[in-house]
Design a protein. Structure first.
Length: 307
């Protein structure tokens, strides 16, 4: 059935019939990935290589039908299928998607899914404009789902410690972009303001914080991932964003998110001699201790919420 539907879309026949077939494939892709990954259904669609290439090509050439984006978002949701779809994408596909961030809410979700792949994360960071493009779209968007997806993309890039030096290059604004959404209207001393990057100084009484706690948590998680390398920790200390995090921590009322902020601060206030590791992700921690620490964090959050 999928083969017949795919052929109907790509044959160039009656437009209304092709749209019906496209909607059917969209529904099948939803069924294949909605609650649990169904490899047989996903493979049935992905194996229609001509249809996938047709879908990608139509996006590149300017078609904005949400069905095309929806199908690709569904098919790239899981690790196995995202690899298969990415193999069919031309080299300029990611760059094209970056130019469409304002055109369709599903674009950011598609880039998020693709950023599961190391090659995609490297391509995003290698393009010096990409991170700025993402945050520009974040600032323009009124949609929490789009803003959430954009921060997820950045967080995924921060996951790769090999990318930290490029992410935090001298001309990078990443740290400022990550903390600006949680910076508030608090009046800082002249001394504190002078320590901060210029874009974080004297923000004014009308400065508001990101309203969505899930997005605020993603921002903290991005900073925490940057803290995993010595280079990242030193960059964070040099920009003195601790000052912003200090005020933000006082304001944050969601304990789980507040704890994420504390995790960042706990690392950056330590000296490198105290940390004793260039890359924290390479420190071997026994599984039983990891489980115990996670349980302690959950209990701490629960106790604070009960209080």
């Amino acid at each position: 059935m999928v083969k017949l539907l795919a052929q109907t879309v790509t044959s160039g026949g009656d437009h209304s019939t092709a749209q019906l077939a496209l909607n059917c494939i969209l529904m099948i892709s939803c069924a294949a990935t909605d609650r649990q990954y169904d490899p047989l259904l996903c493979e049935a669609i992905i194996n229609e290589t001509q249809f996938i290439v047709h879908t990608i090509s139509d996006i590149i050439t300017g078609h904005r039908d949400h069905q095309y984006f929806g199908i690709l978002v569904n098919l790239t949701r899981y690790e196995h299928s995202v690899h298969e779809v990415h193999k069919l994408c031309p080299k300029d596909f990611l760059r094209k998607l970056m130019t469409l961030l304002d055109a369709n809410e599903l674009v950011s979700a598609l880039i998020t899914n693709l950023s599961q792949l190391e090659d995609v994360r490297q391509a995003i960071v290698a393009d010096g404009r990409a991170v700025c493009q993402l945050f520009d779209a974040y600032e323009r968007s009124k949609s929490p789902s789009v803003r959430n997806a954009i921060v997820c993309i950045v967080r995924n890039c921060c996951f790769d410690t090999d990318l930290h030096q490029r992410l935090l290059a001298a001309d990078s604004e990443l740290l400022v972009k990550l903390v600006t959404p949680v910076a508030g209207p608090e009046e800082l001393t002249a001394e504190d303001n002078q320590k901060l990057p210029i874009d974080l100084q004297y923000l004014g009484s009308d400065k508001t914080r990101e309203e969505d706690p899930e997005i605020r948590k993603l921002l903290m998680e991005s900073l925490l991932m940057l803290c995993s390398t010595r280079f990242g920790r030193e960059a964070i200390r040099e920009t003195n964003i601790y000052i912003v995090l200090r005020e933000y921590h006082k304001w944050e009322k969601v304990r789980e998110v507040q704890k994420a902020c504390e995790d960042v601060v706990d690392i950056i206030i330590k000296t490198e001699d105290e940390i004793e590791a260039d890359d924290l992700r390479k420190v071997d921690i026994p599984d039983d201790l990891i489980e115990r620490f996670n349980q302690m964090d959950k209990e701490l959050v629960k106790e604070d919420e009960d209080d």
